[in-house]
Design a protein around this ligand. Structure first.
Ligand SMILES: C[S@@+](CC[C@H](N)C(=O)[O-])C[C@H]1O[C@@H](n2cnc3c(N)ncnc32)[C@H](O)[C@@H]1O
Length: 289
């Protein structure tokens, strides 16, 4: 088996890929399966209330942050590593007249640039799976939550046994597949950070719909000769191969999509107290951006 890619390469590749216009062209306004409907479901399950302060980890284009601020009357800080995404998100917040309530910051999910206990809720959509240091990110979610606060993630799941070879490379990391875990491994990671999992919901069909949408858009773009500026540097044939593999993984029940919500206890037990959960195993992927 080839060596896993370096953590710094994974983060840089992911941020660069989601900074590009091709992703917006293929995915639309929000960069996760289930779109805005699943964001609303996540916010409702987390139990957001007006006036609360929410952190959106890996905020991408800022669509989730704007929805939460508009429909749930919360203030939101988004954090991401992609400079273009941060600029786009900030411009969208200002254009929506929400520049005072929705702010975006450059930062790494594994080292969040916020003090302890500063948020009522943390959300993270379709990104936890890409973090090379998942236990560190889970610990950061727990650290920045106030006691009694909740973290909600939605993410790609992969059944034990894993993925076909091509999707295990760096392209697979960027596509949120290569280091995705089974839902119970995510639950264990959150539990290992001292959070108590309160809800787990399968949304596998949302991943299938997203893969179909990407495939259909790629085929339309191929028919137009791939002349769209946003696709400069994108190998459409290769992208279609990967999309086909992803579609087969979804159809075979290997890949899915899950929502998990977990709560920080009101009184925090000392660390290393044998809480349930374990740290999931090491990375499996190797390849190039
Ligand atoms: C699939 S997109 C999801 C974006 C957004 N959550 C959404 O659902 O629309 C993944 C995002 O994670 C960001 N990202 C990847 N690794 C990160 C890290 N270590 N810290 C912060 N953001 C990261 C990428 O820049 C990208 O914007």
């Amino acid at each position: 088996m080839s060596a896993p890619p370096a953590a710094a390469d994974v983060k840089a590749c992911c941020a660069a890929a989601y900074d590009g216009d091709a992703v917006a062209l293929l995915l639309g306004a929000s960069y996760h399966p289930g779109g805005l409907a699943l964001t609303r479901r996540l916010a409702t399950t987390v139990g957001l209330r007006p006036g609360q302060r929410v952190l959106d980890v890996a905020s991408g284009p800022g669509t989730t942050a704007l929805l939460l601020a508009t429909e749930f009357a919360v203030s939101v800080d988004g954090v991401d590593l992609g400079d273009a995404s941060l600029r786009k998100a900030t411009a969208a917040a200002q254009a929506a007249g929400l520049g005072d309530r929705v702010l975006f910051h450059r930062g790494d999910a594994e080292r969040l640039p916020f003090p302890a206990a500063s948020f009522d809720a943390v959300v993270c959509e379709c990104a936890f799976c890409t973090f090379p240091g998942k236990p560190a990110a889970a610990s950061e979610f727990a650290r920045v939550l106030r006691p009694g606060g909740r973290a909600g993630i939605t993410d790609v799941t992969i059944a034990p046994g894993g993925l076909p070879g091509d999707l295990a490379g760096l392209a697979g990391w960027v596509a949120c597949l290569a280091d995705a875990r089974p839902a119970d491994a995510y639950a264990a990671l959150l539990g290992g950070a001292g959070l108590t999992v309160t809800a787990v919901e399968e949304h596998d069909e949302a991943l299938g719909r997203m893969v179909d949408q990407i495939d259909a858009r790629l085929r339309v773009l191929r028919m137009s000769g791939g002349r769209n500026q946003a696709l400069a540097g994108v190998d459409i044939e290769r992208a279609l191969e990967l999309t086909g593999q992803a579609a087969r993984a979804v159809a075979a029940g290997v890949a899915g999509y899950t929502m998990l919500v977990a709560e920080k206890p009101s009184s925090v037990p000392p660390r290393g107290d044998g809480r349930r959960g374990h740290r999931a195993g090491g990375s499996r992927a190797a390849g190039r951006c």
